[in-house]
Design a protein around this ligand. Structure first.
Ligand code: PAF
Length: 311
């Protein structure tokens, strides 16, 4: 029987973290637009350094073997182009795992992909240094499930493999709720820290605190109308608790959206804010702060004039 290869498409921080962790358990090929050094270093949250050889391929020269599973770890705005680049090389039935933030590509790719689609919502944190080093900044938790409510066995078996690889994971039957909860946190934190170029913890101080509270109120009203509850329930209070807990836990972080703005990259506003605005409009809710941030981030994106890269 051929080895069960997992393709990881999108060699950013999360892609390389998953590849280096999974490589302990299953054969892995990391796929991107350009070739990276084959020897990659993983720095663990405990400060240990592990060097592992990885099979690396370019997306325009895909390997001939058929993967047992494809993980898409691109930014949200690169996911559909990456999937289109892969689709011709994949026979029907190969499972796809979507690791993107937000709630934009997940429903569309669940429809389009000719095989099972799982979504992952993770709180793992990682960042890269150069082309050959990734730091696993802190241990998190990953939830896995299919938006169409199917493939529970596949989700459980992947959760076991990831957990054994040092990325604790759990199969859940409400992945859409998990994705919206992460989106809610991102929507309340990321646009503000990107706008003011501040670390997450500074949101606790004036003048930012009331701005966060206004965003939480708009997010809470929208998600309540959508039937999405915060962990533990509790309406507005539940959403406030969740967002401020994350601000506390990530106080020294420069959030991903801030890093993207500072590096002149496209941000994930279309995946995070646009689905909220669409939901608010469906429920005839006014969300002026969210709308202002989406408009502002679109204005910044237009000034970049950089087409979304495949991965
Ligand atoms: O986007 C990020 O960086 C993170 O999801 C979060 C939670 C905002 C922490 O920095």
């Amino acid at each position: 029987m051929p080895p069960a290869t997992h393709w990881i498409v999108g060699p950013g921080a999360m892609g390389r973290l998953i590849a280096l962790r999974l490589a302990d358990q299953v054969p892995v090929t990391l796929i991107g637009r350009r070739r990276l050094p084959a020897r990659q270093t993983l720095v663990t949250p405990e400060g240990d350094t592990r060097i592992a050889p990885l099979a690396l391929e370019r997306i325009d020269a895909l390997p001939a073997d058929i993967p047992t599973m494809v993980h898409l770890t691109t930014k949200a705005h690169g996911s559909e182009a990456a999937h289109a680049a892969l689709a011709a090389a994949l026979p029907d039935g190969v499972p796809l795992v979507l690791w993107q933030n937000g709630f934009a590509c997940q429903p569309r790719l669940t429809e389009q992909h000719r095989g099972p689609v799982l979504c992952a919502s993770t709180t793992e944190g990682a960042h890269v240094q150069g082309d050959d080093r990734v730091t696993h900044a802190g241990h998190g938790q990953t939830f896995l499930g299919a938006l169409d409510g199917r493939h529970a066995r596949l989700a459980s078996s992947l959760a076991q493999t990831l957990s054994a690889a040092g990325l604790p994971a759990e199969a859940v039957d409400n992945i859409h709720v998990r994705l919206w909860r992460k989106l809610a946190v991102n929507a309340a934190i990321n646009p503000l820290v990107a706008q003011f170029a501040i670390r997450n913890g500074q949101l606790r101080d004036r003048p930012f605190r009331p701005m966060v509270e206004r965003l939480i109120a708009e997010v809470a009203a929208t998600l309540t109308a959508e039937g999405i509850t915060p962990p533990g329930g509790g309406g507005l209070e539940g959403w406030r608790k969740l967002v401020w807990q994350v601000v506390e836990a990530t106080a020294t972080n420069r959030a991903s959206m801030l890093q993207d703005v500072q590096a002149g990259r496209l941000t994930e506003h279309e995946a995070i804010l646009a689905p909220l605005l669409a939901a608010a409009s469906r429920h005839r809710l006014s969300v002026p702060c969210l709308a202002w941030h989406l408009h502002d981030l679109r204005r910044r994106a237009a000034a970049l004039a950089e087409p979304p890269a495949a991965c």
